[in-house]
Design a protein around this ligand. Structure first.
Ligand code: PLP
Length: 419
């Protein structure tokens, strides 16, 4: 058994389990003793094609043998050019320029820096409950939990927070919640950050760490209209919701809205560190050459993994599978909810689904934590989220099959019965 305390690993990391992962295969992860776990976390939405998909593994191997690194300020390489071609086919229409980095937070930084220079404006609007990363800028944009900011203050200035339309939290229907959130945003633009100082509004089209919340239909469309009215750029943070997760390549497609800048990471390269932004070419007219970049961004091995990832998503119809299996999972969870009043809400789209636990109409993190622990002891890995820690998120790899969903539902149902 691993003794984490004496392992030499930094204490700043939280660990959902103490499993020492030895190898992964599809939906499964194996520990060093060969114990097999059904991984319904996908490493927080990263391994959308499953662990070690053979086509991704082979692309990585081939690329590593020919060129491990080609620094973007010095040379350009084929994997990155090929990736751009692939991405152009799947990102929302009109987003025709791409910049690559390594982590999600770095890509969010790139998006905000571009928005500032493109508009000549300084301020950023974020949504309550958002998670955009942990660098100094992105932690200042993150409002899902105070732990990400405590004792790091003062934070980066010029960031303004507006309510996410989280109907279950407010206890209202979608219409009322949507109207409230729009009214509050309009008030923010009247009272705290005037439109002519506001560079961008950034939204997670499905809120991730903040609780797996799907905004009411039409909300993002209205957001687009407000941005257009004021010349504010709309940024979609698709880091967790992208690459087929919600049953579309990108969650914003459910609303038929095209953002000005889209941020991608996680599922883009099946676990290789790659992130990026896609944007309309007009925006970069004022993006000062050399004012942004990074040593490793667009690494050829990572780009080759991303190209293979997109091929696998296409060849194996994984985006469609996310819809079909997502429905099976959500239906199964709704049945469990009918028999268990600790589950206050089941929501989500595709394979980005939440079960929110409540007790006497208040958040119930104890039950959420207990059920995650009990499920892990029965070899199902799940992850929590939400400001109050009372939400269980369901994000299996998109290759998950009917039997595996049934198995996970059974383990979860039994775990609920045991706690
Ligand atoms: C929506 C969203 N944005 C940004 C990030 C930050 O990404 P990274 O942890 O790769 O910096 C995350 C990570 O969970 C995320 O879910």
């Amino acid at each position: 058994m691993l003794n984490l305390k004496d392992s030499g690993l930094s204490n700043v990391w939280t660990h959902a389990t103490e499993i020492v992962a030895d190898n992964g295969d599809g939906v499964y992860i194996y520990d060093e003793n060969g114990l097999k776990y059904l991984d319904f976390t996908s490493g927080i939405g990263v391994t959308n094609t499953g662990h070690c998909h053979p086509k991704v593994v082979s692309a990585i191997g081939r690329q590593a043998e020919s060129l491990i690194f080609g620094q973007m300020n010095i040379v350009v390489h084929n994997p990155i050019l090929e990736l751009v071609k692939k991405l152009k086919k799947i990102v929302p229409e009109g987003l025709d320029k791409f910049f690559f980095a390594n982590s999600g937070a770095e890509a969010v930084e790139a998006a905000v820096k571009l928005a500032k220079q493109a508009t000549g404006r300084s301020n950023v609007v974020v949504f309550q409950g958002s998670f955009h990363g942990r660098t100094h800028l992105t932690m200042s944009m993150t409002t899902s939990k105070t732990v990400y900011r405590t004792q790091y203050q003062p934070l980066v200035s010029g960031i303004f927070v507006t309510p996410y339309p989280y109907s279950f939290y407010y206890g209202w229907d979608d219409d009322k919640t949507s109207r409230f959130a729009i009214k509050e945003l309009e008030r923010l633009l009247k009272s705290q950050t005037s439109p002519n100082e506001t560079a961008c509004i950034i939204i997670e089209p499905v809120l991730g760490e903040g609780g797996y919340v799907v905004p009411p239909a039409g909300f993002i469309k209205t957001l687009r209209e407000i941005c257009d009215e004021h010349g504010i750029l709309l940024i979609a943070d698709e880091i967790q919701s992208g690459f087929g997760r919600t049953g579309k390549y990108f969650a914003i497609e459910h609303e038929g809205v095209i953002p000005d800048i889209m941020v991608m990471a996680k599922g883009i390269a099946s676990g290789m560190p790659l992130s990026g932004i896609a944007y309309r070419h007009e925006l970069e007219k004022n993006w000062l050459k050399g004012s942004h970049g990074g040593t490793y961004g667009g690494n050829p091995v990572c780009c080759a993994a991303a190209v293979a990832t997109i091929d696998v998503l296409e060849d194996e119809n994984l985006v469609e599978n996310a819809s079909v299996r997502g429905k099976q999972l959500k239906d199964g969870l709704i049945i469990l909810k009918r028999h268990d009043n600790r589950i206050g809400d089941v929501r989500g789209v595709g394979l980005m689904i939440a079960t929110e636990f409540v007790k006497d109409n208040e958040p119930d993190p104890e039950t959420a934590k207990a059920v995650i622990k009990e499920a892990a002891s029965n070899k199902l890995l799940l992850l929590g989220c939400g400001t109050y820690g009372n939400v269980v998120r369901w994000i299996p790899p998109l290759i998950v099959n009917e039997e595996q969903i049934d198995k996970a539902l059974k383990i979860f149902g039994d775990a609920l019965g045991n706690i």
